[in-house]
Design a protein around this ligand. Structure first.
Ligand code: RIB
Length: 307
């Protein structure tokens, strides 16, 4: 049976401009290319899991505009359950103007729009569907009280959770330490723990404080350098997969959404993280956000080619 995964999170439309360089203040600069695509950290993670064969339930909010129709049609195209994706009257959908430089590096602005209206009551309204899930995925592009509420909800029912604490925001540590998996980058880890995280030793020390408080596994993402995995049993590393990047937008979401899907089936953290690193690396070799995510068949072929 396919694993069942819920995402309580954001839905955006990405407005992606490919630039030769970022303009200076006051400067007008021509850019070579532009694309509109579906995005939002929550939606991206949902699509990655769905592309890999998971049954996915999305709990989210869209606005009162054409972008809402685009996002809903996109979820349905991937077989994602949209029964709990609500429309907010008189409000724009979430949008993200994104700038991608020739190196593949991106800069992102977020207008939360309807995402700011996802409430704890929306999570309760989805309770019956959430209760049957193997895992719930969370990020921070929706109100923090909704994230806290979902963590408590999942904990009370013994449902595993992955919290991707991005974009960085202050959180209640007493609640956050009830998640199963936490996937911060170094900046997010420093904000969460109040400890310095300027190198790997500090990252391990900070992550250990969270494991001591109850988190089963902290995966500190290091971008192109892979990730550190801190558990009560010790520290390990997810090796980076070397590729030539075209567009890194959504690579972190590819990593987390695919990890959720792989772990929900195998319950093998190391194997799921290694596969997720390959899945995310493959995504940066293609343009766009969700458009760069491989299907289960494409990923199987990629793995076979790599031996
Ligand atoms: O992580 C990438 C995502 O961040 C983009 O899709 C954008 O919408 C923002 O949410």
């Amino acid at each position: 049976m396919a694993p069942r995964i819920a995402v309580v999170g954001s839905t955006n439309v990405d407005l992606i401009t490919y630039v030769t360089r970022m303009p200076a203040p006051g400067e007008t600069l021509e850019a070579p290319d532009f694309r509109i695509g579906c995005g939002g950290k929550g939606a991206n993670q949902a699509v990655a899991a769905a592309r890999l064969g998971a049954e996915v339930v999305m709990v989210s909010k869209v606005g009162d505009d054409a972008f809402a129709d685009t996002s809903l049609a996109n979820f349905r195209r991937f077989g994602i359950d949209t029964a709990h994706v609500g429309r907010v009257p008189g409000v724009s959908s979430g949008v993200a103007p994104i700038f991608v430089e020739p190196s593949g590096e991106n800069s992102i602005l977020i207008v939360k729009g309807a995402n700011a209206h996802l409430s704890p009551a929306d999570v309760d309204a989805a309770a019956d569907d959430l209760a049957g899930c193997d895992l719930i995925l969370l990020q921070l592009e929706v109100p923090v009280e909704t994230v806290h509420h979902t963590i408590e909800f999942a904990r009370a029912r013994g449902i595993a959770t992955v919290l991707n604490p991005a974009p960085a925001a202050p959180l209640d540590l007493d609640v956050v330490t009830k998640v199963t998996f936490l996937t911060p980058n170094q900046t997010e880890l420093a904000l969460l723990t109040g400890l310095p995280v300027t190198n790997e030793d500090e990252a391990i020390a900070a992550a250990r404080t969270l494991v001591e408080k109850g988190i089963r596994c902290v995966v500190v993402t290091l971008g192109a350098a892979g990730a550190l995995v801190v558990e009560a049993s010790g520290v390990s590393r997810v090796a980076p997969v070397k590729v030539t990047p075209k567009d890194t937008t959504g690579a972190g979401d590819a990593f987390i959404g695919s990890f959720a899907r792989f772990w929900a089936e195998s319950r093998d953290i190391a194997a799921a993280l290694a596969d997720a690193a390959l899945y995310a690396a493959d995504s940066v070799t293609k343009p766009g956000t969700q458009t760069s995510y491989a299907s289960a068949e494409e990923f199987a072929a990629l793995k076979a080619r790599r031996g």
